[in-house]
Design a protein around this ligand. Structure first.
Ligand code: GLA
Length: 384
């Protein structure tokens, strides 16, 4: 039975009627451009085939009912007018936060029955929470005829995450889930959300992209994430710019010379060089020089490890063991402190590299990683 039918059946069993519709929204990996999104910079994620699926119907009595196939417990029932940011510590904060954000922005969402099921690994740095937010936002947008565009849904989902859930994240994950297209990476300018879909078909060129989920949960990272964000904002203020995006790469050394604080200097160096790496990857892909992005990914990892200091032994080992086994490039992806790494490899080397990474983890007595291939999949959409 397909995921769509399963979700529809579960909805009917829970709520007693067929859902009005079914929607899906994917998780993502980020090819390059890490911790640049809250600095108004560039990112380049693509959607995973792993999705959150929602079956949903409207209600007119001001009640929202939420259920997840992935979490123990029954149906949660809430009243939109009672929602208070920062009070929900459960999974329901993500869908409830979206209802809150939509209503706060003046959109007439009068209630809903929602059943969710997700295949996006949780805590793996693959944006399982953004997938949940975006699928609910898209469902409510369609059901209530709100007419919001994808980027507007992404903004509202980010607001749900920042204010309602209380995680100070940027706009990358929600935009990736809402706007990515199959077979493409999304080159996104996070300042104005202008986008370019960049064809990214590694298989056609005899390559693969692997995701190594280290199984180190990154859920305790919010404090550290917030600290990095605050440090970047401090750097921008010291340099007299709105955001670090405004520090030209060519002027980086001069800018660094003006910062006394060693930590802030490192953060600034990462962000400014990372924006340049995104632009380099875009131009390499444009000129068909795909293999040459490998070393850029490796540079990005070193910068996240040494300057931004958000890697961990498992991520470093995933990257180092993959490279030692012949990978073209590798780096941690996502927020850091655990989660996943990506590995760019020749198709013929995939088995050798996977084995090498698994053996390295076993030798270090780390939990066995989960390695899978990622092909750019579709963004959020209505399934039925
Ligand atoms: C997390 C956040 C994003 C982004 C990345 C790092 O995934 O949700 O907004 O900041 O970390 O690039």
């Amino acid at each position: 039975m397909g995921a769509q039918q399963q979700v529809a059946d579960a909805f009917a069993a829970l709520y007693g009627t067929a859902p009005e519709g079914i929607w899906s929204a994917p998780g993502r990996v980020n090819l390059i451009g890490e911790h640049t999104d809250y600095n108004d910079g560039f990112v380049m994620p693509f959607a995973l085939p792993h999705t959150a699926v929602a079956a949903a119907s409207r209600r007119t009595d001001g009640i929202v009912r939420l259920h997840s196939a992935d979490v123990e417990g029954g149906v949660a029932e809430l009243r939109p007018e009672d929602l208070v940011p920062g009070t929900d510590r459960a999974w329901t904060a993500y869908p409830a936060g979206v209802v809150w954000a939509l209503r706060e922005a003046g959109h007439p969402v009068t209630g809903a029955d929602i059943h969710l099921a997700s295949t996006v690994p949780v805590g793996a740095g693959l944006s399982s929470s953004a997938a949940l937010e975006v699928v609910v936002a898209l469902a409510l947008n369609d059901l209530y005829g709100l007419g919001l565009q994808r980027w507007q849904l992404a903004r509202l989902c980010q607001r749900a995450e920042n204010v309602y859930v209380g995680a100070p994240t940027g706009i990358m994950d929600q935009t990736a889930s809402a706007c990515c297209e199959e077979g493409h990476a999304l080159f996104l300018d996070t300042r104005d959300l202008s986008q370019r879909q960049i064809p990214f078909d590694l298989a056609a060129e005899g390559m693969r992209l692997l995701v190594v989920d280290t199984r180190v949960k990154h859920s305790h990272s919010e404090g550290e994430y917030g600290k990095r964000r605050a440090g970047c904002e401090q750097g921008a203020a010291l340099l007299g710019v709105d955001a670090l995006r405004d520090v030209p790469y060519a002027e980086l050394d001069a800018a660094l010379a003006r910062i006394d604080d060693e930590e802030v200097r490192r953060l600034v160096r990462h962000v400014v060089t990372e924006d340049e790496r995104v632009e380099r990857v875009v131009s390499l892909l444009k000129s068909g020089d795909t293999r040459a992005i490998g070393p850029v990914l490796v540079e990005g990892h070193a910068s996240l490890r040494d300057d931004f200091r958000i890697s961990c032994p498992e991520l470093d080992l995933a990257v180092d063991s993959a490279l030692a086994a012949g990978a073209l490039g590798a780096r941690m992806t996502g927020g850091g402190f655990g989660g996943s790494a990506i590995v760019l490899a020749e198709a013929a080397e995939v088995e050798t590299i996977t084995k090498a990474v698994e053996e390295a983890f076993a030798a270090a007595s780390f939990t066995a990683p989960r390695v899978f291939e990622a092909v750019p999949a579709a963004g959020a959409r209505r399934l039925g």
